[in-house]
Design a protein around this ligand. Structure first.
Ligand code: AMP
Ligand code: GLY
Length: 443
């Protein structure tokens, strides 16, 4: 029997399901350490999985060493921010992801913004950091209350940011929210509000080289028409030219160059090279392309737009990230993708958990749709919702229009107390975003 490379995957969402699929496609055998059973990942591992806390590094190391893995790949940010890469490496398991020092790019918004400022990286915006209330009113006065965005310093699972006009409507609300953060012993970043169109740019980074992947746009609001509360992301799109109608190749090269400067700055600051995936969240505004935030991992849902159309070998890319030999020759299919999340009724405020989901796999296959399991549980062969996003459906096609039709049709073959955004990837929404961008650029 040929001894295949074995790789340890850490995480259990749809993003990790997409990572698992790319590793298997790259010729690896995988095993997975998960907080909750993901039926899709489990099937790709031939059930070689272990359940436990993703921050239980001792248990993860034991599982990895038992399986004699060549290396590990980490999906989510929480274990990265707690130093999983350092812990596994110390026990002989090379791990694709940033070390604890480099992980501060996501785990501390103060670290990220201050780094951009110190190294004069142009895509930074005006900001100030605070440990107590005293000097906040002065800064709010300086930038104008209608330009205020308040962020807690640390990881908040995407739910900590409050923006003037969306979540904050008076000076009192600004100060109350800052006080709430101080009361939890947090620190506050106040930064200027950007207006424009956001895009996700995820890069492979080997310490020196920064190699881009297709540009993706996520949709954060829960309901059609960008209404309702913010979510982890209801669905995302990418175009066959790997750009967006309002994001040019020059914009992308500018963003990539900014990320290269960030990687160099992280090294200068910490003495450690950033290796892994780097997610740049950018806004194209009338002041140019600006950093909204960094994530130290693949995006979810963005991983589903990117990895399934990767035609280069993902296992090789991971090896090159670890070795510092990443080449600028990573190839993606010239295909458009539309990903839509099916989420439990009531999500994100009052999600209906433990409700059965029935999937017509044969019909999905017939229409060429792919599915990725997120937060579901499996009992006696049946799939149930939990309190978070349940299943992502993906359409891949030559045009965004066709990809959208596949994804939309796929939602009909997944039954349960679920809803999704029917507008993601439609021409109407794309036109709306393009018009918004044009309006902003004319300002
Ligand atoms: P973050 O966790 O920093 O990505 O923030 C979550 C969301 O808040 C972003 O995706 C934006 O939609 C919004 N946001 C964050 N920072 C800003 C900003 N400076 N200006 C406008 N919107 C922002
Ligand atoms: N799509 C947003 C995130 O991965 O954080």
């Amino acid at each position: 029997m040929i001894n295949m490379t074995k790789i340890l995957l850490i995480g259990n969402g749809a993003r990790e399901h997409a990572i698992a699929e790319a590793l298997v496609k790259g010729g690896a055998e995988i095993c997975a350490f998960m907080a909750k059973m993901n039926p899709g990942i489990s099937a790709l591992c031939n059930k070689n999985v272990e359940l436990g806390k993703l921050t239980n590094f001792a248990a993860i190391t034991t599982f990895g060493n038992k399986n004699k893995v060549e290396f590990a790949v980490v999906g989510p940010e929480a274990p990265l921010a707690m130093g999983i890469v350092d812990a596994l490496k110390a026990q002989g398991i090379p791990t694709v992801g940033p070390t604890i020092e480099c992980a501060q790019l996501e785990s501390s918004k103060i670290f990220a913004r201050s780094l951009l400022k110190k190294y004069h990286i142009e895509s930074n915006i005006q900001f100030e950091t605070f440990k107590k209330m005293e000097s906040i009113p002065e800064f709010v006065e300086k930038i104008g209350k209608e330009n205020v965005v308040v962020k807690p310093d640390g990881l908040t699972g995407g739910k900590g940011v409050k923006v003037w006009g969306d979540h904050l409507h008076s000076e009192k609300e600004i100060y109350d929210y800052c006080q709430e953060i101080f009361d939890q012993n947090g620190r506050v970043v106040i930064e200027e509000k950007l207006e424009g169109e956001e895009f996700t740019y995820i890069c492979f980074v080997d310490g020196k080289h920064v190699v881009g992947t297709p540009i993706v746009q996520d949709n954060k609001r829960a309901y059609n028409g960008d209404k309702g509360p913010n979510t982890g992301g209801m669905g995302s799109i990418s175009f066959s030219d790997h750009l967006l109608p309002f994001i040019t190749a020059e914009d992308v090269e500018y963003a990539r160059n900014q990320l290269e400067k960030v990687i160099q700055a992280v090294y200068n600051e910490t003495g450690v090279e950033y290796k892994g995936f780097l997610y740049g969240q950018f806004m194209k505004s009338n002041k140019g392309i600006k950093v909204v935030e960094f994530n130290i991992r693949f995006g979810d849902p963005e991983a589903m737009n990117i990895l399934p159309i990767l035609s280069s070998n993902f296992v090789e890319i991971c090896r090159q990230i670890l070795a510092g030999t990443l080449k600028n020759e990573i190839i993606f299919d010239t295909k458009a993708t539309v990903c839509k999340y099916l989420v439990p009724d009531g999500y994100p405020i009052n999600p209906k958990a433990n409700s059965e989901i029935i999937i017509d796999e044969k019909a999905l296959k017939e229409i060429g749709a792919k599915i990725y399991y997120a937060s579901v549980s499996e009992e006696e062969g049946k799939i149930y919702t939990s309190t978070s996003r349940a299943i992502a459906v993906l359409g891949i096609a030559d045009s965004i229009d066709e990809a959208e039709k596949i994804a939309e049709k796929a939602t009909q073959y997944i039954q349960g107390d679920l809803f999704h955004r029917t507008d993601i990837g439609t021409q109407a929404v794309i036109d709306k975003r393009t018009q918004h961008m044009n309006l902003i650029l004319q300002k």
